[in-house]
Design a protein around this ligand. Structure first.
Ligand code: ADP
Ligand code: ZN
Ligand code: ZN
Length: 731
């Protein structure tokens, strides 16, 4: 018998669950290398996951590999194994999981080489120039000059914020001779420099946490629970310093970099390290450069959003997940992974410590800490001596309200403004009003494609669906009865802005939400006005609630706490509590004490009572008791099989068949299929089937037996379906 030709098992992009075998006519395949291979009539780029001795089919019937883009494996054994684990756990096709982990250029088959990239270097003239004198005419250039003077060179990695014409600004500084551009072969790294005296002296709690992290070797999941402003970032920095001193790399995962651009500057001002920043506003070449730099160990620190959990690391030493409770760490479409959970898995596989930091840890994480699987470090007080804000519930039952504002709330705002404080008014709903109603006949403006109301945006004079993005002009008359008496019902930030503007006509105010920050650089400008104290009244959605240091704010006013209390989603109370605590954390961060005033029709609601009297921890204990009684996560494990189709009956039919095909198992209960809470969205009907298992292991066991059958069902071809393991949104 003649020797059979070598074979490569290649994970290719697409819905295939396994990898495909190809014949190797030339070259030497190794796992982790990319291969260009034929798939149907197309050529695709896949990754070799295995080099088997024997093919699944007769070698004569195999198609050959077309080309090898890599000379050596692009993904090392660790990363490849980790991705395989993740694909298995989320029951997602391995080829797609691999594609999600690779920078676009590599996915397309480009060479794994640095793209030449531009950086801006300061000139002698630039060093001596005064940013102040630029301030009046060209504030953006002044700010850029200041950053350039501090950092010496700037690259795209310094600008994680979406938009913001920093290239133009730096170009104009170059025109003036204050900066020069250089084309370099080195990757897009932020070169950090520890500044003398920038390091505050840690308080006792911080020191304890720092010592514990510095001593940690091997796998250990550590929860850093610290109230807002307690100096968690400071703890990360000092723990990372020690990791760097040992010649190792740190990976830092954050929910959104664009909302906290100062984070990168803060790291760069404190660490003698080359920092790769992986964010969504990077050009493809820049992302590739950062990825390669991490892989080669040219980058010492990697800061990135959720997909950064898949960054290759040459000499990993520590993983940090900041704001570990944040829902944006979970991908909500396609490869629905939790970057937080995967960070823990990766740390375990790498045998490294991982830190999960938050002021409001998720119930899952607290539960793991209680069971002793994670250790817990606590920062109970604010760093630098600032005190925690005082909470006050404003009972608005039976009180007159104007545009959603009660007199007691306005009185609190007035009193803080008069005392020289800055006031933050929080409402997590944008637009003018969530409903437009005909007063004559009761008609409501609804979306044609969703089971949802259209939000009225007065400024743009549009009706907008926040679920499918459908937009249309505001009708002059009711389409049902012809009446012109159309009334906005309920409040959004736009309406609040008008109402507060009327109540405080002489006070400078800015509104920060997705609508007000649409234009390039608008978010940065508005945050700057908020932080400098130029605007005395700040109004906004959770965009404003996250992570920003607003030292002048003395009052946080929560306009509507009731929305989250009665949702069908069992996680809604947890999310509401986290949001209230996070937004409250903006108040009184500096010397002045802060106050949080919460308007509610439910002042006796146990959740609110628990939260304001016992704090987040007391709330969490109670919420965990409720979850346990109801057998909900973290006391059980869930998966949601979703299906949608234009044809109303198809999703139900598919899920019904899937249910029939499920193996009988005592540890797993199937609930449904039922219509999704919003049955129609973007013109498609949606239904879902919920799986509830006693443990994650039981769930996994069941899914492994069941999913291959589900994928092969004929009715699956008539719907779009997806499995969500550990779903965060039940909608
Ligand atoms: P967190 O990440 O918990 O919100 P930060 O690390 O951002 O907290 O710290 C909040 C503020 O307190 C920052 O301005 C930080 O520089 C400052 N800070 C942190 N630790 C100390 C300390 N030990 N002494 C004085 N100021 C500190
Ligand atoms: Zn009408
Ligand atoms: Zn819609």
């Amino acid at each position: 018998m003649s020797e059979s030709p070598p074979i490569a098992r290649v994970a290719v992009p697409g819905p295939l669950r396994g990898a495909l075998d190809y014949r190797v006519d030339e070259g030497e395949p190794l796992p982790g290398m990319r291969a260009r291979v034929p798939l149907g009539r197309r050529q695709v780029v896949g990754v070799v996951v295995e080099v088997p001795v024997r093919a699944g089919v007769a070698p004569g019937r195999l198609r050959p590999v077309t080309e090898w883009p890599d000379e050596a494996p692009l993904l090392d054994e660790e990363l490849l194994g980790f991705l395989q684990w993740a694909a298995d756990y989320y029951h997602y096709p391995i080829g797609e999981a691999l594609a999600a982990a690779l920078p676009v250029r590599l996915r397309q088959g480009a060479r794994a080489a640095y793209t030449r990239e531009t950086c801006w270097r300061i000139t002698d003239a630039g060093r001596e120039a005064s940013a102040q004198s630029l301030q009046a005419r060209a504030p953006r250039q002044a700010a850029l000059l200041e950053r350039l003077q501090a950092a010496e060179t700037l690259t795209a990695a310094h600008f994680p914020e979406r938009g913001g014409d920093w290239r133009g600004g730096l170009g104009r500084l170059a025109d003036k001779g204050l900066a020069v551009t250089e084309t370099v072969d080195t990757p897009a790294l932020v070169v950090g420099r520890a500044r003398e005296g920038a390091e505050p002296v840690p308080n006792t709690d911080q020191q304890e946490a720092i010592d514990a992290l510095r001593a940690a070797r091997g796998f250990q999941a550590v929860v850093l629970e610290g109230v807002t402003g307690s100096g968690k970032t400071e703890v990360y920095l000092q723990a990372i310093e020690a990791v760097l001193a040992r010649g190792l790399q740190a990976l830092v995962i954050v929910p959104e970099i664009g909302l906290t651009p100062q984070l990168v500057d803060r790291f760069a001002g404190r660490l003698d390290a080359r920092i790769a920043v992986l964010h969504s506003a990077l050009a493809d070449g820049e992302r590739l450069d950062g990825w390669l730099a991490a892989r080669e160990g040219r980058a010492d620190v990697v800061i990135g959003t959720r997909s950064a959990v898949f960054t290759p690391l040459a000499r990993p030493g520590l993983i940090v997940v900041d704001e570990e409770h944040d829902a944006s760490l979970k991908q909500q479409e396609g490869f629905r992974y939790s970057a937080r959970d995967l960070a823990v898995v990766r740390a375990r596989r790498l045998d490294l410590p991982v830190v999960l930091g938050s002021a409001t840890p998720s119930l899952e994480t607290l539960h793991n800490a209680r069971r002793g699987r994670y250790s817990l470090l606590h920062l109970p007080a604010r760093a630098g001596g600032a005190t925690m804000p005082a909470f006050r519930l404003l009972d608005v039952r039976g009180r007159p309200m104007r545009d959603g504002l009660s007199e007691p709330l306005l009185e609190r705002v007035r009193s803080h403004l008069d005392a020289g404080g800055q006031v933050l008014v929080f409402l997590n709903r944008r637009g003018f009003a969530p409903v437009l109603l005909c007063h004559e006949c009761g008609w409501l403006a609804g979306c044609e494609r969703c089971d949802a109301r259209l939000t009225y945006h007065r400024h743009r004079s549009r009706l907008h669906c926040h679920h499918c993005d459908h937009e249309r002009p505001v009708p002059r008359q009711c389409p049902e009865c012809g009446s012109v008496d159309l009334r906005p019902v309920g409040q959004g930030t736009e309406r609040l802005e008008a109402a507060i503007g009327e109540a405080f006509p002489d006070t400078s105010m800015i509104r920060i939400d997705r609508d007000s920050t649409r234009r390039k650089g608008a978010f940065q400008r508005q945050m700057a006005a908020a932080q400098s104290g130029e605007a005395r009244l700040l109004l906004g959605t959770q965009m404003l609630a996250k992570g920003h240091h607003l030292p002048d704010v003395t009052l946080v006013a929560v306009v509507d706490a009731d929305q989250g209390l009665f949702s069908a989603d069992f996680r809604a109370p947890e999310r509401l509590a986290q949001l209230i605590i996070q937004v409250a954390g903006r108040a009184g961060r500096a010397e002045r004490p802060g106050e949080v005033a919460i308007q509610t029709h439910q002042p006796e609601h146990p959740l609110l009572q628990m939260l304001i009297h016992g704090g987040y921890r007391a709330f969490a204990e109670e919420a965990l008791r409720e979850r346990e009684a109801a057998d909900l996560p973290p006391f059980s494990a869930l998966a949601l099989l979703r299906a949608e189709a234009v044809d109303a009956a198809a999703p139900r039919a598919f899920l019904e068949e899937a249910r029939q095909a499920a193996p009988e198992e005592a540890t797993v209960t199937l609930l449904g299929p039922v219509p999704a809470p919003m049955e129609r969205r973007a013109g498609r009907y949606r239904a879902q089937l919920l799986l509830q298992a006693s443990t994650r292991a039981a769930l996994q066991h069941h899914l492994s037996r069941w999913m291959p059958t589900v994928a092969a069902l004929k009715s699956a071809r008539r719907v779009r379906w997806a499995l969500d393991v550990d779903p965060l949104e039940m909608l």
